[in-house]
Ligand binder design. Structure first.
Ligand SMILES: Nc1ncnc2c1ncn2[C@@H]1O[C@H](COP(=O)(O)OP(=O)(O)OP(=O)(O)O)[C@@H](O)[C@H]1O
Length: 245
């Protein structure tokens, strides 16, 4: 299967703190790929590096065959339109309605007219499981689960090939979290997405991801499916997966 993201030898340093040191992973087209690891191991930083929001000091990241170390400004702008991102605290703009929030990337990156934008908003609202009447509500008027769905609809506005999710189920009650997992699986199938997801939610990673990576001690200590996790003896993995308990 084609590798759509290749991360090789990444070193990340903040001041005197080394966060990643020789980190490698690859994400295949069409898969849901989880990123796990202890708090502060650099999961969100890695996600931000992949979407060109954060620098790295050594190594290469290739995404859709573009090497981020050598990408031109024009290609970087085109690449940004190939993905959608739902950050953990990537709040919706509170002064805009849900519909206006979803319209933002369409207004920024396209010259589509208002009628087409309205149709796209209605379609995105529908596929994330919100109601048409939610379009005119403000973020303060909807629940946490609905906010995540609205953020997802905004991330999907430009029909991305890739979707990046940072802790998508955090702050949700268990029923909403499982509902969100099902939505992610359905959207992958419906839209043919490749999804990279950082999460602390073991059930979510277990139920959705095809493969996942575990970052610990600055490196990837495991990459694969759940099938082989028993072969790894690491404190975080043993605790996280409740092995030997
Ligand atoms: N811009 C920055 N400047 C300095 N230090 C940073 C910066 N961004 C991240 N860090 C540090 O890098 C480390 C990794 O942070 P990051 O948020 O990527 O971890 P994480 O694995 O996502 O954590 P969590 O699971 O708690 O969300 C932390 O020690 C953090 O304080």
């Amino acid at each position: 299967m084609k590798e759509i993201i290749k991360v090789k030898g990444i070193k990340t340093v903040f001041g005197d703190k080394i966060v990643h040191d020789g980190l490698n992973l690859s994400v295949n087209k069409g898969e849901i790929y989880g990123i796990l690891g202890p708090s502060g191991c650099g999961k969100t930083t890695l996600l931000r590096q992949i979407v060109m929001l954060e620098q790295f000091q050594e190594g290469t990241i290739e995404i859709l065959e573009k090497d981020l170390n050598y990408i031109s400004l024009k290609d970087a702008q085109l690449l940004r339109q190939c993905w959608g991102v739902l950050f953990q605290f990537g709040a919706l703009f509170s002064s805009l309605t849900i519909g206006e929030n979803i319209a933002l990337p369409l207004k920024e990156y396209t010259d589509l007219n208002d009628k087409i934008i309205k149709e796209i908003i209605e379609f995105k609202i529908h596929i994330v499981g919100l109601k048409f009447s939610d379009i005119s509500l403000y973020p303060s008027q909807i629940s946490g689960g609905m906010k995540k769905k609205a953020g997802l609809a905004r991330a999907l506005a430009l029909d991305p090939k890739l979707l990046f999710l940072d802790e998508p189920t955090s702050g949700l009650d268990p029923i909403s979290a499982r509902d969100f997992d099902k939505l992610i699986l359905n959207l992958r199938d419906l839209l043919g997405l490749t999804i990279v997801m950082v999460s602390h939610d073991l059930k979510s990673i277990h139920d959705t991801s095809d493969r996942f990576a575990v970052i610990d001690n600055k490196k990837i200590i495991y990459e694969g499916s759940f099938d082989n996790i028993d072969s790894i003896d690491n404190r975080f993995i043993n605790n996280f997966f409740q092995k030997g308990i």
